[in-house]
Ligand binder design. Structure first.
Ligand code: SF4
Length: 469
């Protein structure tokens, strides 16, 4: 595609994974620091095609080493506006992955990049061709960009110096949707970027639900759809409200059906258990149902330990991704914790029982005051026994659910539910440990049950199936 570069450039390299033993260097990522940032800049302040490197270049990095890494792109053009920054920033992920021998994961200050040994052996010894290739793709694929300039940073002190400013920019983008809600608009926005690796993924972005990658909010989607109507971000007419509580809209269901090639025909935007939003794999946080306490835990990419269910983020992320509706798991963007509609059809914050401490601290001001100290962290509850004790001691609202379930009349219902495989009850019986993933459309309640178990380990002592009189 571009002979002047010491690598091939093609969308076909997007799925390329570079494992530790095949990597020349690792840049940013969970064990280092870095970020990616796009800034809309006045035309006369951008020198088109200019590349600046602050810190050591690739040729000065030892094989197998890890380095801090930041990428800043200044873009200019008559149609360029601040609302487009997130959209262009997200395309850095795509375009870097078009480069053979380069793997780009995540976004914002979670970016994680690896350069392969093969790429270096073929002549990639500098960051400049990478930046030049991305700038070329920005201008080719996003015609509203008339000028672009790149600054890459590998100097730790320089990255640390800017980190607070950069986080403030991300925050101000996220804060813009605070006073706007789903009911205030007629149009939501969709994004199909991740269909390249998760073909049935349907990303729906609303004022009350940021994209699960955390990089695109409703304003960003609107700006992108305006300047590039044929691009990967597009308008979704909301249509009729089918159920405001769970966030079900006829327009979203129509688009779910067409984008997923008929695999899904319903999405409930603010539901965890029933027709949940699909999860492609770019999510910042994974929610996981904990049947032993009938509550929901959340774990993010930065958490290196295991959750009370004994699983680390990576395992649960593997179960959640792929563009599926996986009942019992849900990928979200961190800013969705700040939504007033956060999983509201399943109890909202009253259903949340566990989060890593650093994640809880990050969103603490958005957790309702009456529940904040009742949500356990790894310091309070590293396992299921301690979690149950913590929730009991703190009188978490979830305890009332346990008590209600223990009442005799509820027992009969539970048996019926077990027989008809209603979603959360089914998981209590079937997936208390490692029996995942399970993908199961909720029962319609009108007869007929469809259960799909993929790579599942299920152990059940006893199953009682009763005919419903
Ligand atoms: S996670 Fe969704 S919104 Fe983000 S880039 Fe992928 S498809 Fe687009």
């Amino acid at each position: 595609m571009a002979e002047e570069f010491p690598f091939e450039i093609s969308p076909m390299f997007e799925g390329e994974r570079i494992r530790k033993d095949g990597m020349h260097v690792e840049l940013s990522g969970p064990k280092s620091k870095g970020y990616e940032l796009v800034r809309a800049t006045p035309m006369d302040e951008v020198e088109d095609g200019k590349f600046t490197l602050i810190g050591p270049d690739l040729s000065e990095m030892e094989e197998g080493s890890r380095h801090p890494f930041a990428m800043i792109y200044k873009i200019a053009g008559e149609l360029v506006e601040e609302d487009l920054e997130s959209i262009v920033e997200r395309r850095n992920h795509d375009f870097q992955n078009y480069i053979q021998g380069l793997m780009h994961l995540n976004q914002r200050y979670d970016v994680w990049i690896r350069v392969s040994k093969d790429a270096v052996a073929k002549g990639l010894t500098s960051f400049e061709p990478i930046a030049q290739a991305v700038m070329m793709l920005f201008k080719n694929e996003l015609p509203f960009i008339e000028k672009v300039e790149a600054v890459y940073v590998t100097d730790l002190a320089e990255i640390e110096k800017e980190m607070d400013n950069v986080k403030a920019i991300y925050k101000s983008r996220d804060d813009r949707t605070r006073d706007l809600h789903d009911e205030d608009v007629d149009t939501f926005y969709g994004c199909s970027l991740c269909q390249s690796f998760a073909p049935s993924n349907v990303c729906v972005i609303t004022p009350d639900r940021i994209s699960l990658c955390g990089a695109i909010n409703w304003f960003d989607g609107r700006a992108a759809a305006k300047v590039d109507p044929e691009g990967p971000q597009f308008a979704i007419p909301k249509g009729d409200v089918i159920d405001a509580e769970s966030g079900e809209f006829s327009g979203v269901n129509d688009i779910a059906k067409s984008l997923s090639s008929g695999e899904y025909d319903r999405i409930k935007l603010h539901s965890f258990f029933e027709y949940p939003h699909t999860s492609c794999g770019c999510f910042e946080v994974v929610g996981f149902y904990i049947p032993e306490v009938d509550g929901i835990g959340w774990v993010d990419r930065d958490y290196a330990g295991t959750a009370p269910n004994g699983l680390p983020f990576s395992t649960m992320a593997g179960q959640t991704g792929g563009g599926k509706q996986v009942v019992g798991f849900l990928g979200i963007g961190i800013n969705y914790f700040r939504s007033p509609k956060f999983i509201q059809s399943d109890g909202g914050w009253d259903r949340v029982v566990w989060m890593p401490k650093h994640l809880k601290d990050r969103v603490l001001s958005d957790i309702p005051a009456d529940i904040a100290d009742k949500v356990a962290t790894e310091e309070d509850a590293p396992d299921l026994d301690s979690l149950r004790s913590f929730l009991t001691d703190k009188e978490h609202p979830i305890v009332e659910r346990w008590e209600a379930e223990e009442e005799p009349e509820a027992e009969e219902e539970a048996e019926e539910e077990a027989a008809t495989f209603a979603a959360p009850a089914m998981m209590q019986a079937a997936m208390p440990m490692q029996g995942m993933p399970m993908m199961m459309p909720p029962s319609s309640g009108t007869g007929g049950v469809k259960i799909i178990l993929k790579n599942a380990k299920v152990s059940i002592d006893k199953v009682i199936i009763q005919k419903k009189e």
